[in-house]
Unconditional design. Structure first.
Length: 290
């Protein structure tokens, strides 16, 4: 095999692992139970209107795609893990809307250049391992003057710190892969898009979580529902000592956030970055620019 073939095969294996990771547990239920309003917040920020062509990248079960369809937009939900689509189809049917569901890699989207009026991702594209490739694809499929909108967990927020807590227990990342919460850094996202976008607006917000009354509640829920957490524990296998150490790290982190925001109401605040921008018109004939 030559180097290019080796790289392609390694990338294919990496994507298969990512697909399997998100197929574990029950992310559609987690999104519906813990963060049901984030998709609608992103849709509003993107200013989605009827008849616009909208792409939700790394859409999962359509947490943002379904609210966009409820605005009478022409919506496509794309994800590397189509196992989540059935839950999305049921949710869409319950809300009386239709949209297209299409398997696709955020780093190599199966769509034409300049195809969509709005390209968005709610806690999705941030988990693609190669950030620049994903950002370039978001720009490529967006029409000139179209909107790109993202919601991403911040490094300083609870989920960002959760990934930091899991890192010592997880397998080493493959070459070139970057931590997901970097998408929640304004400087990082601005650097990814560079001069390919304009009219950038960013704001940090929090979503209130009231589902966990004790740190152990959070731990048990994420060990059964959240693919990345499940994968780390699977990697530890029968190493009970390390598993207990990870339990301790995660429960202590959860306890810190519960205490910080008032254990009387048992709520947590999870911080995210809301980012919107316009694709510059000069990219109309050059895809993602020179």
């Amino acid at each position: 095999m030559n180097d290019k073939t080796d790289t392609t095969e390694a990338d294919r294996e990496l994507k298969q692992k990512h697909r399997a990771m998100w197929a574990q547990g029950d992310y559609p239920a987690l999104a519906a139970e813990l963060i049901p309003d984030l998709g609608a917040i992103l849709v509003e920020a993107c200013g989605i209107k009827p008849r616009q062509k909208v792409l939700d990248v790394a859409a999962g079960a359509g947490n943002a795609a379904i609210p966009a369809a409820m605005m009478n937009a022409d919506v496509t939900a794309s994800d590397l893990t189509p196992e989540m689509f059935d839950a999305g189809r049921h949710q869409a049917a319950d809300r009386g809307v239709e949209l297209e569901w299409k398997e696709g890699d955020a780093e190599a989207l199966p769509f034409a250049d300049n195809e969509f009026d709005v390209v968005m991702s709610c806690l999705g594209v941030m988990f693609a391992p190669h950030h620049q490739a994903s950002a370039d694809e978001l720009v490529r499929v967006c029409k000139p003057d179209g909107t790109i909108g993202l919601i991403s967990w911040t490094p300083e927020g609870f989920i960002g710190k959760m990934f930091a807590a899991m890192k010592p227990f997880a397998p080493p990342p493959p070459p070139g892969a970057q931590p997901p919460p970097l998408w929640g850094s304004e400087d990082h996202v601005r650097e990814l898009f560079g001069d390919k976008v304009t009219d950038i607006h960013t704001t940090k917000k929090t979503v209130t979580i009231r589902s966990f009354h004790h740190p152990e509640d959070f731990l048990h829920y994420f060990k059964s529902h959240y693919g990345p957490t499940i994968s780390v524990y699977k990697f530890l296998g029968e190493d009970g000592e390390k598993s207990e150490a990870l339990d301790k790290a995660l429960t202590e982190l959860a306890d810190t956030f519960l205490d910080a925001h008032g254990d009387a109401t048992a709520q947590m605040e999870w911080e995210y970055l809301l980012f919107t921008a316009k694709k510059v018109r000069t990219l109309e004939t050059t895809g993602v620019g020179p």
